[in-house]
Design a protein around this ligand. Structure first.
Ligand SMILES: [Zn+2]
Ligand SMILES: [Zn+2]
Length: 276
């Protein structure tokens, strides 16, 4: 029988920069990296600092075939790329996707630009894996493997960003981070995109009371996440892209507040596993 399992694993949930501190042990300190496993296929969404632990996990499990999807390439989403050990293994096959560019930049140019002296000594030329760099433009639909459909949408973020909706075996998980909403204006395209999803991993960098101060920074609020879940009939909200200054107490408070308005909401923590 075909493997129908669908697993979501959070390897890093912070936004902007890692925040290691004794007060951040529960929700973790690493930046954005999410693994989704559909029928045994490994798909990675962003490689922030959380990808370092993910990398060790892939090596320990002997995973030599995966797809990596970038939402965009701000530091907190790409800083783990040079530390993804399987990319230095000649037995690995990987596809790396990017679709957020607003000019003719390619995914390969993005990797070359990020891993370049004098900022970093190792360039992508040192990757021994068989890597295919894939460029796309939202709303293109991606089909990385039989039975896996990934829809894409452009998000409102400086330098562009892509949201993903992964559909497999009748379940769907949306990864929508680094996106600023416009208060009071319904985003019909996004609501349609999220319609009926089982899980929404959403940019909840700010609270509504902080939001006014950070207009134009390209981020959203957990309150907007709750609103979107209501409008689109999403079953579960995963609060993601935590503001670096938030400690465990702050995040627990947010989890309580979000649960009061949308029961079942979860604050993403490093190591959290979910089945849609
Ligand atoms: Zn970010
Ligand atoms: Zn960003």
């Amino acid at each position: 029988m075909a493997d129908a399992s669908f697993l979501v694993r959070i390897w890093g949930a912070r936004g902007s920069l890692p925040a290691p501190a004794a007060t951040n042990l529960i929700y973790g300190s690493d930046t954005c990296s999410v693994e989704m496993r559909c029928g045994g296929h490994v798909m990675i969404f962003d490689v922030g600092s959380g990808a370092v632990a993910l990398s060790s996990h892939l090596v320990a499990e002997g995973i030599k075939n995966f797809d990596l999807f970038f939402s965009h390439c701000h530091f907190d989403h790409i800083m783990g790329l040079p530390f993804l050990k399987p990319l230095y293994d000649h037995e690995t096959s990987a596809r790396i996707y990017a679709g957020h560019f607003q000019d003719n930049t390619t995914c390969r140019q993005m990797a070359d630009g990020f891993m370049a002296p004098p900022y970093f000594p190792v360039t992508p030329k040192y990757f021994d894996a068989d890597i295919k760099y894939v460029d796309f433009r939202p709303p293109e639909t991606l089909k990385p493997h039989d039975g896996i459909v990934i829809r894409t949408i452009s998000l409102n973020h400086p330098n562009g960003c892509v949201g993903y909706r992964v559909e497999f075996g009748g379940k769907s998980v949306c990864y929508v981070t680094d996106h600023e909403h416009v208060p009071g204006r319904e985003n019909n395209a996004l609501v349609t995109f999220l319609k009926g999803a089982d899980i929404l991993i959403y940019d909840c960098m700010y609270t509504e009371s902080e939001f006014d101060h950070y207009r134009g920074y390209g981020h959203s609020t957990w309150e907007e996440g709750v609103r979107l879940c209501g409008l689109a009939g999403v079953k579960r909200l995963v609060i993601f892209h935590h503001r670096p200054g938030r400690d465990d107490d702050d995040l627990r408070q947010i989890e309580n507040d979000a649960n009061a308005s949308f029961p079942g909401s979860i604050v993403a923590a490093t190591g959290l596993e979910l089945a849609p």
